[in-house]
Design a protein around this ligand. Structure first.
Ligand code: HEM
Length: 409
């Protein structure tokens, strides 16, 4: 089924830099095909991906965080020794666990909690942008200066973790991405497993601290909601939710903010339009989420035989749903590779998923993006990209965001 002319290598530098050229070929020639290299059926069309995401019974999520490199005995020993005990709770969980955990996690993630964060995010962004404006040279790596740490600082405010842990959690997140969504060698896998154990232990220690001393934060809300009853949420499940949020809550937003800035600065007129009229920012954000999202692919495993895009797929098969490709499907979006903030159907994008696993953090991500972009275009209305830069990406199937972007003004 694999066509050698269209060898699909999601870890290739060229693909990472511009996956959209590959997607255009897949849409035309191989919208659903089996990748021998990955051992996954790769799906790229909008309607097919929506069908996968909509039908959680036929397309389960239990493989969502399975590493592409099978866990070696040595890696498993590192996990055991470190007490690594991540449970399937949200992204990689199915019924009956997923609906129960999701109900509780969503109940505590109230619109009020998100709204309460707004003034704190405003202040945080202002504090982060002030030293950029004051720089003697009018050039900065905007990832390092703004988009890398900020989303983690925000998620720390939400869950109540101490900001001192931000550098360790950011570094640990990259290890988790490469471990789970990349293709590390056996040796690298062991090293990454040590980072994952460290990450897990931080999450577990933090949850234990909150059990002892609850505060006014999201983690304490989960513990209160649990009320000592494992049938509601066990402490292991709460730790796994926190462990999940400590990746999902910022790696995604770091990537998206970075991609958004890169796309806007491709044509400074886009940036200037938002500086002149910030009321256009929410629509621009939806179009940027469609155009260059940070979560490019999600995984599923079939529980029954299915037919997808005309292909028969047996029960127990792995599926890689290319969300970034769905967002660029010309059968759904007119001239999908163009930035058009007036596009009426931009919000049809699948960047936050669809159905039962729809992103819990979407309102927070949108809020953060609005605050960051508004403050940034107003602070640096003449910004443009520095010339001659090659953007690097972490080699993995799912999380996309340039690791360094120099801008000038
Ligand atoms: C621009 C930023 C973000 C993007 C593009 C994004 C994207 C996604 C996508 C595509 C899914 C669906 C996964 C699937 O169907 O398998 C998802 C789920 C999830 N997201 Fe986000 N996300 C973002 C920000 C956030 C934030 C800020 C948080 C936390 C506050 C968060 C927490 C979660 C969680 C917990 C899930 C799992 C939900 C479930 O399985 O029921 N995300 N996200």
């Amino acid at each position: 089924m694999t066509c050698p002319m269209h060898a699909f290598d999601p870890f290739d530098k060229g693909y990472l830099a511009d996956p959209y050229a590959v997607y255009a070929r897949l849409h035309a020639d191989q919208p659903v095909f089996f990748s021998e290299e990955l051992g996954y059926w790769v799906v790229s069309r909008y309607d097919d991906i929506k069908q996968v995401l909509r039908d959680a019974q036929s397309y389960a999520s239990r493989n969502a965080t399975d590493p592409f490199t099978p866990v070696s005995a040595e890696t498993a020993a590192v996990f055991r020794a470190g007490g690594y005990a991540m449970q399937r709770v949200l992204l990689n969980a199915d019924a009956p666990v997923h609906p129960r955990v999701r109900r509780n996690v969503a109940a505590a993630f109230t619109p009020q909690r998100v709204a309460q964060l707004a003034p704190r995010i405003e202040a945080l962004v202002a504090r982060t942008i002030a030293p950029i404006i004051a720089l003697p040279v009018r050039e900065v790596d905007i990832v390092q200066a703004l988009t890398y740490a900020l989303p983690a600082e925000v998620i720390f405010l939400l869950i109540g973790m101490d900001a001192d842990d931000v550098p360790a959690i950011k570094a640990g997140s990259e290890s988790r991405v490469v471990f789970t969504w990349g293709k590390p060698t056996a040796e690298q896998q062991v090293a990454l497993a040590h980072d994952m154990v460290d990450f897990w232990q931080r999450a577990a220690a933090f949850v234990s601290k909150r059990v002892e001393e609850p505060r006014d934060d999201y983690t304490s809300d989960l513990i209160r909601l649990r009320n000592g009853d494992d049938a509601v949420l066990s402490l292991g499940e709460i730790t796994s939710v926190v462990f999940g949020l400590l990746l999902a809550g910022h790696e995604t937003t770091t990537g998206f903010l970075t991609n958004a800035i890169v796309q806007l600065l491709r044509d400074p007129a886009r940036w200037q339009a938002l500086a002149a009229d910030p009321t256009g920012i929410p629509a621009a954000i939806e179009e940027l989420l469609r155009l260059d999202t940070s979560v490019m692919a999600m995984r599923r495993v079939t529980t029954v035989d299915v037919t997808l895009g005309g292909q028969h797929i047996a029960a127990g098969s792995n599926i890689l749903a290319l969300i970034g490709a769905a967002n660029h499907d010309p059968a759904h979006f007119v001239e999908p590779d163009f930035y058009d903030p007036t596009r009426s159907d931009a919000r049809d994008h699948l960047s936050f998923g669809y159905g039962t696993h729809y992103c819990i953090g979407a309102p927070l991500a949108r809020l953060e993006a609005q605050i960051v972009l508004r403050q940034l275009v107003q602070a640096l209305p003449t910004a443009h990209g520095a010339p001659d830069q090659t953007m690097e990406y972490l080699p993995n199937t799912s999380f996309r965001g340039a690791r360094s972007v120099r801008i000038r003004w």
